[in-house]
Design a protein around this ligand. Structure first.
Ligand code: MF3
Ligand code: CO
Length: 255
């Protein structure tokens, strides 16, 4: 069963998502050549706590592994779930994915972006820009009466004709009281398949796209996913509410 949020829960989702978006925005402002990802993680921790929230990543468990960071910071060939490190220093020409998942008043907001640092090649810029566009395109299918497969298919139909590849080992997901709720939302699939979308559902839609092979492996730290061929990867994510009027992106920073 996909949870449908009532209006009180939606208010809490709005508040949590606004914090997630604001923290992501603030961390991104700090990404520049010379900064290390440990300091970015610590800044993320501070921003989250200043807003009265907690990190949903910190101490997140997957089997016997416990995530030690407050936000996820993944550079270049790192796809997702990179852990802040003093030894990882951002350089001109890098692409840096920042993923912020926070909990406020029992509800979770989840969002991510990949940003370009300084000068990158045209093909890397293409990867980042098209991945961002694929998220916007997929969100346009997050509407009542449609199905989960419409969102999945939208990402695939956008990305694959552009010669880019879709990571299959991680998927988007429902989000609410917990970080991962039903449904799973793969970034590939078939139109008209899967569960029906209803007003009040809150979904984290998150294309992860590679320049080369779609295949990944996990580093010995047990978390960091990297591309098998070492080529760069991009990740964009929003938490979206299905309304009678259409999709509403909840993870936009307040103007
Ligand atoms: N946005 C990621 C996800 O939905 C965040 C993972 S947090 C971590 O899986 F704790 F696993 F790092
Ligand atoms: Co997510």
């Amino acid at each position: 069963m996909i949870p449908v949020k009532n209006s009180a829960e939606i208010l809490k989702m709005r508040a949590a998502c606004e914090v997630a978006a604001t923290v992501l925005y603030k961390v991104i402002q700090l990404v520049e050549p010379g900064v290390n990802t440990y300091d970015l993680d610590q800044a993320g921790k501070r921003f989250i706590h200043e807003m009265g929230a907690t990190s949903a990543c910190y101490n997140y468990r997957n089997g016997n592994k416990v995530y030690p960071g407050y936000i996820c910071l993944s550079i270049n060939e790192e796809v997702v779930h990179g852990i802040g490190s003093l030894k990882r220093v951002v350089q001109d020409g890098d692409v840096v994915s920042v993923d912020v998942v926070i909990e406020l008043d029992g509800y979770i907001g989840d969002n991510a972006q990949t940003i370009i640092v300084g000068n990158v090649s045209d093909e890397v810029r293409f990867l980042i820009e098209e991945t961002r566009k694929s998220l916007d395109y997929a969100i346009s299918f997050a509407k009542a009466g449609g199905r989960v497969g419409d969102i999945s298919y939208a990402v695939q139909a956008f990305i694959e004709p552009r010669g880019l590849s879709i990571v299959r080992d991680f998927v988007g997901h429902g989000v609410g009281r917990s970080m991962h709720e039903e449904p799973q939302i793969p970034n590939y699939g078939r139109k008209g398949k899967g569960d029906k979308l209803k007003p009040g559902m809150t979904l984290a839609i998150e294309p992860m796209v590679n320049l080369g092979t779609p295949r990944i492996r996990i580093l010995p730290d047990g978390w960091t996913a990297v591309t098998l061929d070492g080529k760069p990867s991009a990740h964009f994510e929003h938490t979206v509410l299905i309304t009678e009027e259409g999709p509403e992106i909840l993870t936009l920073p307040k103007k």
